[in-house]
Design a protein around this ligand. Structure first.
Ligand code: ADP
Ligand code: 5GP
Length: 188
């Protein structure tokens, strides 16, 4: 296996997707690693672009066939996993891999890839602000938001396991900081 990797993790609602999209448009030869998930398709999402949407039996078959680099039950009964085939494809394209994974997944990937990877934790300014962003985003029910906020409190405790922490208060500043960290890592 070859090539560098960029790992972005954060509690849900911290702004990870927004920052990942910015990095993909920053001309850094980054390609997004499309994960597999058993959750249902949301809003404008497309199968094979945002995720590979699998049934639970399909996902379990991939686990048995050892097709994942890592996988997690991120929320109760919802499985998410990084596919080995995605990494091979991205490196064959001559690009760097960009991951958007949960906090445990980010820690696992950093352990696997070591110095070939930079791991970045996107920190919300506060738990209250995180909840308010999730409410405003309008994609999750009140119960799902409660679940995500509870999980976020635990995930924030793991931030120090990451190479870098970016506080996403002012979005433009956080985007620029992410771009600088990633471009200097890729130039090394
Ligand atoms: P995640 O992928 O971490 O769940 P998103 O990127 O979807 O988070 O961001 C959650 C919501 O917060 C989105 O509606 C996004 O537009 C908004 N958002 C992201 N960053 C900021 C910021 N710095 N200030 C205010 N709103 C933000
Ligand atoms: P969402 O349902 O909001 O798209 O994602 C929920 C969480 O699952 C996010 O924190 C996202 O980063 C994480 N996630 C997405 N793909 C993977 C993956 O392949 N592995 C792991 N461990 N987490 C993932």
């Amino acid at each position: 296996m070859t090539g560098k990797l960029v790992i972005i993790s954060a509690p849900s609602g911290a702004g990870k997707t927004t920052i990942v999209k910015h990095l993909l448009n920053s001309g850094l030869n980054l390609e997004f690693s499309v994960s597999a998930t058993t959750r249902t398709i949301r809003g404008e999402e497309k199968n094979g672009v945002d995720y590979f949407f699998l049934s639970v039996p399909e996902f379990k078959k991939s686990v048995e066939k050892d097709e994942f680099v890592e996988w997690e039950e991120v929320y109760k009964d919802l499985l998410y996993g990084t596919l080995k085939s995605e990494l091979e494809k991205i490196w064959a394209n001559g690009n760097y891999v960009l991951f958007d994974v949960d906090v445990m997944g980010g820690i696992t990937l950093k352990k696997i890839f070591g110095d070939r990877a930079v791991s970045i934790f996107i920190m919300p300014p506060s738990v209250e602000e995180l909840e308010s962003r999730l409410v405003k985003r309008g994609t999750d029910s009140a119960e799902k938001i409660r679940m995500r906020v509870e999980k976020a409190k635990e995930e924030i405790k793991l931030a120090s396991s990451f190479d870098r922490i970016i506080v996403n208060d002012k979005l433009d500043i956080a985007k620029e900081e992410a771009r600088k960290i990633v471009s200097s890592f890729l130039e090394k």
